[in-house]
Design a protein around this ligand. Structure first.
Ligand code: HEC
Length: 374
């Protein structure tokens, strides 16, 4: 086994020294990857490579594996035979270097009884068998009220900027935080403040082991909330809600048309997003029967940002097609009935002044659509 310091210094060099490899990685990224993952790593046809959600794992090994083997079924190319190994490593390091904050979060849940009345220490946790242990695809801790006993979260903490740091924890239940094995925070809402610990500590750029031990009463209406803050600077939110089904993904055009409803900033809540096989996206408002907007080369980035995991609108990625807004009916009453998909075409059926009318949206060429009303 390699000594830890060597591994750490390697990672640190790979991550944050302005090394030739990162430059090489950036050059390759700008030639190929940006087409699908965005100029700023924030996603496009492929997912964001700098947020807190990793479908295939956020470890350097997992990232390299995806670069090597691809995810052919999902449209991610295998680069093993395209680039030599040194280039693939440079790309991996470039991606790892985009990210700051928690990584590789493991969430273990323990029964309450063995911890009753005792200080939460790592040794005590080590002596108890966890009820469950999961590596989260999300780089934040979460705590399920009413369900969980005691949480032990472990992760890596990636820091890019040197400075003085401190944890701020909403003092509910009790919390202990360890950084590279040293206790830096302890708080317990039931014990006297003068027994609490809330250290400030210096961090250099690098990777640290972070461990959070936390107990929360089932009756709390708040959840665990913690922030790591660089004094006078950036904040890292440590927790969030579990994604539970609302997993970030890019909704892309396929050989069949599709209709989706998503919360998009600036569009009415009932808007139907009609995504055609030629990657044209038409936003249709079924309430008044109007085409609101359209894009070509489009995809929908569902729940794009997970920084604080609050519900965020999805985003449309694409090139706006100008002057498409139009109201299709002059009617006293309009009631939307249903939509149907016929291969590459969407049919939107409404009752217009008592008569059934169908708006048809079909692809035209590679960057447009045609509209008809019958
Ligand atoms: C043709 C489009 C396309 C190109 C080009 C492309 N990717 Fe991807 N990539 C994708 C898609 C789509 C996914 C999502 C796969 C999935 O959802 O399973 C993905 C996933 C990934 C992931 C995993 C993300 C996660 O959440 O686990 C990594 C890492 C990645 N790509 C890196 C790269 C790098 C590095 C390059 C350039 C060498 C690149 N990709 C080029 C489409 C692309």
């Amino acid at each position: 086994m390699k000594p830890l310091c060597t591994i750490l210094s390697l990672l640190v060099c790979a991550n944050w020294a302005a090394s030739a490899d990162l430059e090489r990685g950036q050059t390759l990224y700008n030639q190929i990857c940006f087409n699908c993952h965005g100029l700023h790593f924030d996603g496009g046809i492929g997912p964001s490579l700098k947020d807190n959600y990793w479908r295939h794992g956020d470890s350097p090994e997992a990232i390299l594996e995806v670069i090597n083997k691809g995810i052919p079924a999902a449209g991610m190319i295998a680069f093993e035979t395209v680039f030599p190994e040194s280039d693939r490593l440079a790309l991996r390091d470039l991606i790892v270097a985009q990210h700051e904050g928690l990584r590789g979060v493991v969430r273990a849940v323990y029964p309450r009884a063995p911890f009753k009345g005792k200080r939460l220490t790592r040794a005590l946790f080590d002596s108890v068998k966890p009820l469950s242990k999961t590596r989260l695809p999300e780089n934040v801790y979460y705590f399920d009220r009413n369900g969980d006993g005691i949480l032990r979260g472990t992760s890596k903490l990636h820091i890019k900027e040197a400075g003085e740091y401190q944890f701020t924890i909403r003092p509910i239940g009790r919390t202990s935080i360890f950084l590279d094995g040293k206790e830096v925070h302890y708080s317990d809402e039931k014990s006297k403040k003068n027994t609490h610990v809330n250290r400030k500590f210096e961090l250099k750029p690098g990777i640290y082991d972070l461990e959070i031990l936390h107990e929360e009463k089932t009756t709390h209406s708040y959840r665990f909330h913690g922030v790591l803050q660089r004094v006078g600077g950036k904040r890292f939110v440590l927790n969030g809600r579990s994604l539970q089904g609302n997993v970030p993904k890019i909704i892309k055009a396929t050989h069949e048309a599709k209709v989706v409803r998503k919360w998009i900033d600036g569009l009415p809540p009932r808007t139907l997003l009609c995504l055609l096989p030629n990657q044209t996206l038409v936003a249709y408002n079924p309430v008044d029967g109007s085409v609101l907007k359209a894009w070509h080369s489009a995809a929908i980035n569902q729940t794009p940002s997970l920084v604080d995991r609050s519900a965020k609108p999805s985003e449309i990625k694409g090139v706006p097609i100008p002057d498409v807004g139009s109201k299709l009916f002059e009617a006293e009453t309009l009631r939307f009935l249903r939509y149907e998909i016929h291969l590459d075409t969407v049919h939107l059926v409404s009752l217009v002044d008592g008569e059934e009318k169908t708006v048809t949206i079909a692809p035209e060429g590679t960057q447009s659509f045609k509209l008809s009303v019958q």
